[in-house]
Design a protein around this ligand. Structure first.
Ligand code: NAD
Ligand code: TYD
Length: 362
C-alpha cells in the first residue's frame, strides 16, 4: 500500500475536487499529509466551497494556489516547494454543452494542461539516470464519455475501444492517451479512472441534477433535451472519491479503472423522481412543477446511453459503494435547500470575487 504524503490536487475548487479534499482531510481516511490545491478558478471553480477547510487546515495541511495547469512555472514551483509525491488531476473543462459552443478552451485545458502537468511531474520525479524515483504516482481523473455511446445493451469496460463523440469527450480521450503514453515511454507511474455521471453537494448548477433542483425552487422551466430518454449511470461523488483513494493507495501503475454507479436512469424518469423529492421537501405543488417540464431542442450529437462495468475495481481493489441512489439524491436535495448562501453567491456571480477578497497571487 502506498503512503500518501504531499498531494497536488488540480481543480480542487470544482465539484468533485472540493469534495475529494474535504473528505481526505476531515474523514477517517488515514491520510496524514498535506494537500496543495491548484485551481484557476474558472466559472466552474468556487473557492468558497472549501472555506471551512481553509479555516481549519490553511497554511498547515491545506494550501490553495491560484493558477493554471497550462502555466509551467507555477507547476514546477509547486512540485519543488511542496515535494509533491502524488498528483490527482481533476482540473478540466467539464461541461459537454459548453464544449459544443466553444471547444477551444477544452483543448487548451484538457489536452495541453494535462500535457504540462505530465511534463512537470516527469521533470520533478526523474532521477539523473532517467529513471523515476520510487513511491510517486500521477492519477488522472477521466470520464466514461471517452467510450462513446451505447445502444440498449452492453456496458463500457476497461477494454472498450475509445470512441469519443463530443469535443469534451474527445479532449478527455486525448488526455487519457497522453497519460498512458507517459507511462509507456518514460516509465511515469500513472493510473487512470473513468467514471460515470457524479451527483452530490457543491455541483455547479449547469449540470442536470443541480440545474433541475434550482429551477424547480425558482419556478423556472425544466429543460429536457430531445425525448429525454437518454440514459446516464449516476454515482454519488463520495463513492467516486472513495474509489480514487483506493486507486491512489493500491492501484497498479499503468492501469485503468472504470468506476460506476450501476444505476441507470432515463433523464425524464430521473427528473420525475427529483420532482417528487423536491416537492415533498420544499412544499411545492407537484402538478404545477410537472407542467414546467419543457422538451427543448436536443443536444448536438447527444450520446444515448452510458453504462459502466466496474467489476475490475470491485474485484481488484475491493471497492464498494456506500450510497444508494434514493438516499444520495434526497441528501443532495437537502444540501441545495440548506446552503442558500452558496447558491445565492453562484446565482449572483458573487462567488467570482472570492479571489480579490481572500488571496494575493504570487
Ligand atoms: P468542475 O467543472 O466542477 O471543476 C473543474 C475545476 O477545474 C474548477 O474548479 C476549475 O476552476 C478548474 N480548472 C478548469 N480549468 C483549469 C485550468 N486550466 N487550470 C487550473 N484549474 C482549472 O468539474 P468536475 O465535475 O468536478 O469534474 C472534475 C473532473 O472529473 C474532470 O476532469 C471531469 O472530466 C471528470 N469527471 C466528471 C464527472 C462528472 O459527472 N462531473 C464524471 C466523470 C469524470
Ligand atoms: P449533464 O449533467 O450535462 O452531464 P453529461 O452531458 O456529461 O452526461 O447532462 C446529463 C444528461 O441530462 C444528458 O443526457 C443531457 C441531459 N440534460 C438535459 O436534458 N437538460 C439539461 O438542461 C441538461 C443540463 C442536461
Amino acid at each position: 500500500m502506498r503512503t500518501l504524503q504531499n498531494i497536488l490536487v488540480t481543480g480542487g475548487a470544482g465539484f468533485i475536487g472540493s469534495n475529494f479534499i474535504r473528505t481526505l482531510l476531515t474523514q477517517d481516511t488515514g491520510f496524514q499529509g498535506r494537500v496543495v490545491n491548484l485551481d484557476e478558478l474558472t466559472y466552474a471553480g468556487n473557492a468558497a466551497s472549501l472555506n471551512d477547510i481553509q479555516a481549519e487546515f490553511g497554511g498547515k495541511r491545506y494550501f490553495f494556489v491560484h493558477g493554471n495547469i497550462c502555466d509551467n512555472k507555477i507547476l514546477s514551483g509547486i512540485f519543488t516547494e511542496y515535494n509533491i509525491d502524488t498528483v490527482v488531476h481533476f482540473a478540466a473543462e467539464s461541461h459537454v454543452d459548453r464544449s459544443i459552443l466553444g471547444p477551444e478552451v477544452f483543448l487548451h485545458t484538457n489536452i495541453l494542461g494535462t500535457f504540462n502537468l505530465l511534463e512537470a511531474a516527469k521533470t520533478a520525479w526523474q532521477k539523473n539516470d532517467g529513471s523515476i524515483k520510487e513511491g510517486v504516482l500521477f492519477h488522472h481523473i477521466s470520464t466514461d464519455e471517452v467510450y462513446g455511446s451505447l445502444g440498449a445493451e452492453g456496458f463500457f469496460s476497461e477494454t472498450t475501444a475509445y470512441d469519443p463523440r463530443s469535443p469534451y469527450s474527445a479532449s478527455k480521450a486525448s488526455s487519457d492517451h497522453l497519460v498512458k503514453a507517459y507511462f509507456h515511454t518514460y516509465g511515469l507511474p500513472v493510473t487512470v479512472s473513468n467514471c460515470s455521471n457524479n451527483y452530490g453537494p457543491f455541483q455547479f448548477p449547469e449540470k442536470l441534477i443541480p440545474l433541475m433542483i434550482l429551477n424547480m425552487l425558482e419556478g423556472k422551466k425544466l429543460p429536457v433535451y430531445g425525448d429525454g430518454k437518454q440514459i446516464r449511470d449516476w454515482i454519488h461523488v463520495e463513492d467516486h472519491n472513495a474509489a480514487v483513494r483506493l486507486i491512489l493507495q493500491n492501484g497498479k501503475s499503468g492501469e485503468t479503472y472504470n468506476i460506476g454507479g450501476e444505476n441507470e436512469w432515463e433523464n425524464i424518469r430521473l427528473l420525475h423522481k427529483l420532482i417528487e423529492i423536491v416537492c415533498d421537501k420544499a412544499g411545492l405543488n407537484k402538478d404545477t412543477v410537472m407542467q414546467t417540464i419543457t422538451h427543448v431542442t436536443d443536444r448536438l450529437g447527444h450520446d444515448r446511453r452510458y453504462a459502466i462495468d466496474c467489476t475490475k475495481i470491485k474485484n481488484e481493489l475491493n471497492w464498494k459503494r456506500q450510497f444508494d441512489f434514493e438516499t444520495g439524491l434526497a441528501n443532495t436535495v437537502d444540501w441545495y435547500l440548506n446552503n442558500k448562501e452558496w447558491i445565492d453567491n453562484v446565482r449572483s456571480g458573487e462567488y467570482r470575487n472570492w479571489i480579490q477578497k481572500n488571496y494575493t497571487r504570487r
